[in-house]
Design a protein around this ligand. Structure first.
Ligand code: MLT
Length: 265
């Protein structure tokens, strides 16, 4: 009779984990070039936020709910060690919520194309107009209005196919998911209030040609967060990881190695 034995094994998945949180109204697919490139350095996880990509559309919607969903995902994967969070735009709002409410789960922070300030009165009114427009005319009308602001002019010249890829990703977002996200962003907290208490290594990457979040907002965060590093990417608009993937990934890899050492060596 063969005696049962317990086999020993090694599992690289136990190393540092990096969680990539997408912007609005995209999905985890926007991080394809980061997942491809960085998986040798870290374990990479990119969720579809509630109401986006392949995730369920179930309410409730808020930035805090998106953050709680990310923690639930990490828990369900058994990841309790602190992770590196990288959030783009709305994903940055989620990252800032995570670092405030779950500081023990965060090892480092990368914020890109995002801001800490909440919507002002005009911003909130614009969210309400956008919600009404989506209710009346569907997601496509909103996407059409967003498209001209997403990319640097140089991206549109050098990689015009990116516009079609991002447009298809956006129009695939369910109407309720889009409306939920607009409400969540409209009602988000003022993250400026806790920037100075962020105690993890932080890098801020911003496209020089971002028309949605002016670069001043990123500079403000870099000055308010203790020892934050600021990277300005030329020839990038609101989507630095897609418009300048090599430069973006290089900056992330350098930040990871400087902060945590090269565990591969
Ligand atoms: C995003 O890209 O996530 C959104 O444009 C952010 C926003 O509208 O505030």
């Amino acid at each position: 009779m063969t005696k049962h034995f317990e086999m020993a094994y090694q599992d690289s998945a136990g190393g540092l984990t990096m969680l990539f949180i997408h912007g609005f109204p995209f999905s985890s697919s926007m991080w394809e070039m980061q997942l491809d490139d960085l998986h040798e350095l870290v374990r990479v996880i990119a969720p579809d936020l509630r109401g986006h990509g392949f995730s369920e559309v179930e309410p409730p919607y808020s930035i805090a709910q998106y953050a709680d969903d990310c923690i639930t995902l990490l828990n369900s994967l058994g990841i309790i060690d602190p992770v590196v969070i990288c959030g783009l735009s709305m994903g940055g709002y989620v990252a800032l919520d995570l670092v405030q409410r779950y500081p023990e789960r965060i090892a480092a922070l990368i914020l890109t194309a995002t801001r800490a300030a909440p919507d002002d009165k005009t911003g909130k009114a614009n969210r309400d107009k956008a919600i009404a427009s989506v209710q009346a005319n569907g997601v496509e009308a909103l996407v059409k209005a967003l498209m001209p602001k997403l990319f640097s002019p140089s991206t549109l010249e050098s990689a015009p196919e990116l516009a079609d890829i991002m447009q298809s990703m956006m129009v695939a977002t369910p109407t309720d998911g889009v409306i939920g996200a607009l409400k969540a962003m409209r009602d988000r907290a003022d993250a400026r209030l806790w920037l100075s208490s962020i105690a993890v290594p932080t890098m801020i990457i911003h496209g020089a040609d971002d028309q949605i979040v002016p670069i001043d907002e990123a500079q403000y965060m870099a000055e308010a967060i203790p020892d934050a590093e600021f990277v300005r990417l030329v020839d990038a608009g609101h989507l630095p990881p897609i418009e300048q993937p090599e430069e973006f990934n290089k900056a992330v890899a350098r930040f990871l190695i400087t902060t945590f050492g090269d565990e591969e060596e």
